[in-house]
Ligand binder design. Structure first.
Ligand code: DGL
Length: 271
């Protein structure tokens, strides 16, 4: 039994798609969320910079005495060294493997699509991991970097003309002949899954890493005997590296509940 919080981080708001699934599956757990809103996006940066930022984000969460860490960011998940987290003495999970395993299980044709950030696609990690799980798979990937600022700026309503137009271009390689499942390989994307599903006319199954990562987190807590014994609902503390007030507004939309807690500003250079 361990009543310490679970630490979750992302470059910005996207990781809230994971928080929302964690809250459903592990309602008694406290969560510390860090969104690196001062340095978003990560997905256009070099691998070295992404790893440096991720290590700082992890160091910040460690300073909050968390019992486990979730990298709720596709870009970090695909760019961290494969042996990570050797050296970390608490359970760690990212979104890559849980999302890939779900896609490989669900695909009938073995033709698997991935949309993610430029850095994730460039890393080749989705393709490598998919083929490790399912050697017969054919992988079709497309980078969709503009989805990230659209989501960060709240262009998320299902009939948003700008996001729909961008989605039309990005999703053109995916038709039911080319893939039967599509991994939303960046945690910002489930937030606009309605627009993506409309564009694909519901013919392709969307894999949301949130559900899978929450299940993985639950099994890690179980394995290490780290469930909280709290009977009341857990709470979430939010930390960001820039613009706390705009974070609360958009976070409330994402989480479907008002973020009334203070969102605390962190000095990213001190991490
Ligand atoms: N939410 C992030 C991801 O899953 C990153 C978006 C970005 O910072 O570019 O990749």
């Amino acid at each position: 039994v361990d009543n310490r919080p679970i630490g979750v981080f992302d470059s910005g708001l996207g990781g809230l798609s994971i928080v929302s699934e964690l809250r459903k599956l592990l309602p008694h757990e406290d969560i510390v969320y860090f969104g690196d809103t001062g340095r978003v996006p990560y997905g256009t940066r070099s691998r070295e910079t992404i790893i440096k930022y991720a290590k700082q984000d992890i160091a910040f969460l460690r300073s909050k005495n968390v019992k486990a860490i979730i990298a709720a960011c596709g870009t970090v998940s695909t760019n961290l060294p494969e042996d990570y987290p050797s050296g970390l003495d608490i359970p760690f999970c990212d979104i890559l493997r849980p999302a890939v395993e779900a896609a490989c299980r669900s695909s009938v044709s073995g033709k698997i699509g991935v949309i993610a950030t430029t850095a994730s696609v460039k890393s080749g990690a989705y393709g490598r991991t998919i083929r490790a799980v399912r050697p017969d798979a054919v992988v079709v990937e497309n980078a969709c970097p503009l989805f990230v600022p659209l989501v960060e700026n709240g262009y998320i309503e299902r009939d948003n003309k700008v996001t729909k137009l961008v989605a039309q271009g990005y999703l053109s390689p995916f038709r039911k002949e080319t893939v039967d499942v599509l991994i939303l390989g960046c945690t910002h994307f489930p937030i606009i899954s309605g627009i993506i599903a409309d564009m694909l006319q519901d013919q392709i199954l969307l894999i949301d890493p949130g559900t899978e990562v929450a299940k993985k987190a639950r099994s890690l807590l179980q394995e290490h005997n780290l469930f909280s014994c709290r009977e009341s609902e857990g709470h979430t503390d939010f930390y960001v590296s820039d613009n706390p007030s705009s974070f609360s507004q958009i976070a409330s939309i994402f989480l479907g509940t008002e973020v009334t807690e203070d969102v605390v500003l962190v000095d990213v250079d001190s991490l």
